[in-house]
Write a protein that binds this ligand. Structure first.
Ligand SMILES: [Zn+2]
Length: 541
């Protein structure tokens, strides 16, 4: 039997509901429907997966045809059996195939050059997807590879170089065995091989689960360490602050709302973070929100999220901090500053444990612990009618009042050391240190700006220092001059003159009023102008 004698109609038999091709069933379907499927595959799976699927589809088709040809006919030679494949493919209406050259073993290694005119695959691709940069007759390539591989009993790969779909007049392809292709084959080979997506997903899922377990274990270790070694900013030597920390640790374990009060700069956010770290929520997020920083609508959108179009500028749906902080802790700083309307919304969140995004009506369940903070007297805000009483009690299930730094002077030394270390990293001054004579001055100052002022003072002094050593002269005048022990006459009045005593007294009064000159003048029984003049005379800025 010779390939040229092959007639496809002789191989087919038609009956109602079935077309038989030498014992195998065929169906006729529209190539255009297949082109639609192809487009869908590209859109759903991308080019690479689509190419892989269609190449392999062609490969199985070719493989099956080669087997059928062997079963049905007695071929004159291997070459005729191979040529029959291209003839059969053409008779099936796939393309007008023409073998340009062919060598077969054992005389020569296998090599075939083939031309496809009017490739149906390329035509439909052009119609449904459009012109391409690379050849796309993936099924044709697959078929030729599958057919010839079956005939030769080893892998043969066809690679298309010219293609109708990229603007060439005809499609051309060459087929060779893998080792004769060399490195050219490398980028084509994956399309002939099965992609075990399920296996990959299984492996990845397993890896992710293992990683998650590792992360959880690490997180637990970190949390335990953090509990043991609290940041020095909340280190307490003073008895008063130790009590505060004890309370914070005890309350951390429960999901109750906490209100942190204290002057500005005492470290309310640091305390809130510590409570979060010591809580069961430590492995989830801690999100801070400053309620004084944003106008009403923006704050509401920040906290509760919004639907696209809820207000001007809301161009897309957005999750608020309550949703972002789910299973974690939300820290509401300067909570006294929120508007009456936002107070109502916040109250509802605390009561119902659900939020409604701006512009939506659908409530969303949330599980968030609230820690609020204020430097105002909230009880006074309530009695003045500026803050809702019901919200106040919801927020202040437990109140933690952080004492000002001047009431816990023992903490100034560890805090200062911590800040020197922190600032040396920040300013990239590894040898930064502070002369011990500074400590005395820092401990004598009354720190109206509290821990934050201490940190800023040390950073400023570090910048002023010449050789990365902070000396008393690098400290700000305001800190140096308010030192009580430095004021002449404060210890030995008989060795001071009247002017020095007056200066000492003025400074002490000023210290007691925390620098408020109007109050100081009142206490001294002089006018503000006189006080200003006296301060100028004594050289106090
Ligand atoms: Zn092509």
């Amino acid at each position: 039997m010779r390939a040229i004698d092959l007639q496809v109609t002789e191989l087919l038999s038609f009956s109602e509901g079935a077309i038989d091709f030498q014992g195998r069933r065929l169906v006729l379907h529209s190539l255009n429907a297949f082109a639609h499927l192809r487009r869908d595959l590209v859109e759903m799976l991308g080019w690479q997966q689509t190419r892989r699927i269609l190449t392999r589809f062609g490969y199985f088709w070719g493989h099956a045809d080669a087997a059928a040809m062997k079963r049905v006919f007695q071929w004159d030679s291997l070459e005729e059996w191979i040529r029959a494949g291209e003839r059969l493919h053409m008779l099936q209406g796939v393309a007008h195939s023409q073998i340009k050259s062919l060598t077969v073993p054992p005389e020569k290694p296998f090599e075939m050059e083939i031309v496809w005119r009017e490739s149906g695959e390329a035509r439909e691709h052009l119609l449904e997807i459009g012109r391409t940069d690379a050849p796309i007759c993936w099924m044709l390539v697959g078929y030729a590879s599958g057919y010839c591989s079956f005939c030769l009993g080893r892998n043969v790969y066809f690679i298309e170089d010219k293609c109708l779909a990229k603007g060439d007049r005809v499609c051309t392809a060459t087929g060779k065995e893998a080792d004769r292709w060399g490195s050219v084959l490398k980028s084509h080979l994956p399309y002939f091989e099965a992609d075990d997506i399920r296996g990959k997903i299984k492996t990845l899922t397993k890896q992710i689960r293992e990683r998650n377990r590792e992360v959880d274990a690490q997180r637990k270790k970190i949390n335990a360490l953090e509990r043991q070694h609290l940041p020095p900013t909340v280190e307490a030597r003073s008895a008063e602050f130790q009590q505060v920390l004890d309370l914070a640790r005890r309350v951390a374990r429960f999901d109750t709302s906490v209100l942190i009060t204290g002057e500005s700069g005492v470290g309310k956010e640091v305390m809130a973070r510590m409570i979060h770290q010591c809580s069961n929520r430590a492995s989830s997020v801690f999100l801070p929100a400053n309620c004084a920083a944003l106008p009403e609508t923006l704050l509401e959108s920040e906290l509760f999220g919004h639907k696209s179009g809820a207000f001007t500028g809301a161009n897309e749906d957005r999750r608020g901090l309550f949703e972002e902080a789910n299973h974690g802790t939300l820290f509401l700083d300067e909570v006294s500053e929120i508007s009456p309307l936002t107070q109502v919304r916040l109250l509802r969140v605390l009561q119902e444990r659900e939020i409604v995004r701006l512009g939506e009506s659908k409530p969303r369940r949330i599980d968030v612990r609230i820690i609020a903070a204020t430097n105002k007297d909230l009880i006074k805000e309530v009695s003045d009618g500026r803050f809702r009483e019901d919200l106040f009690y919801r927020l202040r299930v437990v109140e933690i009042n952080i004492p000002p730094l001047r009431r816990r002077k023992e903490d100034i030394v560890p805090l200062s050391r911590h800040f020197v270390e922190k600032i040396s990293k920040k300013l990239k001054l590894p040898s930064l240190r502070m002369e011990s004579s500074c400590i005395d001055i820092l401990q004598s100052y009354h720190w109206p700006g509290n821990v934050r002022e201490l940190e800023n003072t040390i950073e400023r002094a570090a910048v002023m220092s010449h050789d990365a050593v902070i000396r008393p002269s690098d400290l700000p005048q305001s800190v140096i001059h308010s030192r009580l022990s430095d004021i002449p006459g404060s210890t030995d009045p008989f060795h001071s003159n009247l002017q020095e005593l007056e200066k000492a007294h003025i400074l002490r009064v000023l210290q007691s009023t925390e620098g408020n000159r109007t109050r100081a003048a009142e206490l001294l029984g002089i006018s503000s102008t006189t006080l200003w003049r006296k301060l100028k005379q004594t050289g106090v800025s």
